[in-house]
Design a protein around this ligand. Sequence first.
Ligand code: NAP
Length: 762
Amino acid sequence: MSENVMAAIRPDEPSPGADRPGGGAPPWSAARPWPRTSRPRRWGGVVRTARLSLAEQPWLADHLVLGAVLLPATALLDLAAVGAREAGCDRLDAVVFERPLPVPEWGALQLRVAVGAENAEGRRAFTVSARGEGTGPDAPWTRHVAGRASRGRDVRGAGLGGGPPPGAMPVDPGAHRVRLAALGLVLGPAFRGLRAVWAAEGEVWAEVSLPDGIEAQGFGVHPALLDAALHAVGAGGLLADEGRARVPCAASGVRVWRPGARALRVRLARVGADAVSLVAVDGADRTVVEVGALVLRPLPAAALAADRAASGPAPHRVDWQALPPPGPGTCGRDAVARWDARRREGDALAGALWALGLVRAWLADGERGGRGEGGRAEGGRAEGRLAVVTHGGVALPGESPDPAQAAVWGLVRAAQSEHPGRLVLVDADPDEDLGAALASGEPQLAVRGGRLLVPRLVRAERVVEVPRAGPVFGRGTVLVTGAGGALGRLVARHLVAAHGVTDLLLAGRRGVPRDVVAALAARGATVRAATCDVGERAALRALLADRPLTGVVHCAGAPEGGGAVASLAPERLARALRPTALAAARLHELTRGMDLSAFVLFSSPAGILGGPGAGPHAAAGAAIDALAERRRALGLPAVSIAWWPPGAGEGSLPLAGHEGLALLDAALTAPDAVTVPLRLDPGALRSRAVEGALPALFHGLVRVPTAVSPRPVQGVPTDGPRAQDPLPSAACDGGAGRDQAAAPPPRRDGARAERLRRWPLR
Ligand SMILES: NC(=O)c1ccc[n+]([C@@H]2O[C@H](COP(=O)([O-])OP(=O)(O)OC[C@H]3O[C@@H](n4cnc5c(N)ncnc54)[C@H](OP(=O)(O)O)[C@@H]3O)[C@@H](O)[C@H]2O)c1
């Protein structure tokens, strides 16, 4: 049957008049992005354009397919149905979903529904097309849906007339949602409307409802509601399980009888190997929507994955964004620890060790409190947060940070990743009131003159291309520390090959391997290799004595692994900081009198993003970034590249060496002192966003779904519905507010007979 369905559906083009410039009706207004009814044009067809964006339809962000927000087929179907209705057609005879339609994270899509003139058989061809907004009036449209519509015979849907047949087995819809997520179909709160499912021979019955906060008005059948109904196909095992999520690819015989439903009872029946029919009714058994046959095929994973992989590496930076003043809140349980301004400025190790001691003590105390020791089990540290407050730990535009306090930020950022919700970082003047900052719920803030600012990672502006050869590093000697290491070799070669550097001073504790020196010399560079521990001031001073430099590239680093902050030994932290942040500070001091053209530091994204187990790298990286900012504030050249070889971390994918070097070149002429080269993994970021677990720093890169009520109907658990908690039948009656109030408390005894009796139409 499904093959017949497919064969019967031939995508026709609407009559030429439908596409006639100026022949369409005025576009839908931005305030009403979903199609509205209007009279067909005199020539007999209808063209409508609409604007679709996640800003205006935020619930769409809850439909995530292999990491991309895809417009659900049910939304395309609804657009087609409403468009066809405008042309006087109340039946979609055939619909083919030709290609998925990704919804952009930012910006908007233009949609166009074109319904052609009636042919001799009384049918109209229609298409649904899209293009990016801002691509210009002549930009081509891409067709996503094609089909035919007609005026149906006025035979009312007969309703369902009863409930699941005897022997129907209840199924857990929550478990199905978990399985879908594993198959790449992640459903946020708006799409978790499948409340209960019963599976019988050749058919599946279901109850679905829209979560609170999602408006049903203006739609034929709300796409999230119909989509939820279709999930019952998989949950009830109606079609063969091919190990991939199924998505609609064609439909026939679609009629929407009653628009604006909030809740439905649904019967789905198998009508072919890949096809089901659907009848959905409201609480009074009035037919809301019917689909004669819906063809569901396994997700075309390869095509979608190829689309996703297209995102390339790009420089990013931290942007401090103003936060609207929060409403009244409480911070009664937050403890506050302030950096003592009398501590030695600039000493990254002192900052990191202070933060380590503080956080370890806090966590240990919380552990004891959590176990009920010391009388702190309730309202004690186990439940409260520790606010770590600095004054100059971060730099807003025009400011110069203190690397010691920046190291505090780095270490605490890592600890925040390891203990979400337990620590807050605030940078504020000593006389700033912290109440609003702590009530904001943000994990990291700066307070300036009462204004709250939060860090957000954003894409850095593209910068002018660096010439292949030029005096970026001056015309004299360039020092490369750690030149025998993986990064140092890569960069030293690049300096000679791409920047025309001809005089290199290479340093390492054990000198520099001969092959490295020989390879650079073979390219015509004068190379001197020195044995020097750059963490030792005296050794570094001796190295630089009588050796004026024009460039410094600091690649030395300790391959110190990570370690959870709670168990991190101070010695390990010191070992990580010595050749990195502390050596960088010494290079800064000892080259102050030199006429440097470039001062390049390599830090770590962990300094900004934190990350479990990244404490040492995060402390060192943040201090190095702060040194670069401080040098810029002093009018000295400085660039810090927060590039970590594995590259992969929270929401990002690895960078190849040549990609990192290209971004290094871009950073050398960028306006920002600190550059974070990243190849983002939009899928991973969006999945975290849908789960509500996306770190705040990424909120500038991925649109975070607007929270809809996680508890759509009284008695349904917030983490999704469960079969043993079927909806009170009244919840399906439309006006949800009234019905919820009248609904009995949920039953948890779960006997199957009870569940079946609760289907009110039996
Ligand atoms: N590899 C990358 O792609 C990459 C990218 C961005 C950032 N980084 C950062 O760059 C640093 C180095 O990474 P890597 O992968 O190149 O590590 P690596 O292969 O272990 O090399 C480290 C180099 O630093 C030298 N070194 C260590 N301590 C030193 C000291 N006190 N004085 C002088 N030289 C010292 C080492 O030589 P001796 O042992 O002889 O002293 C070695 O040549 C790390 O901090 C890392 O986080 C690396």
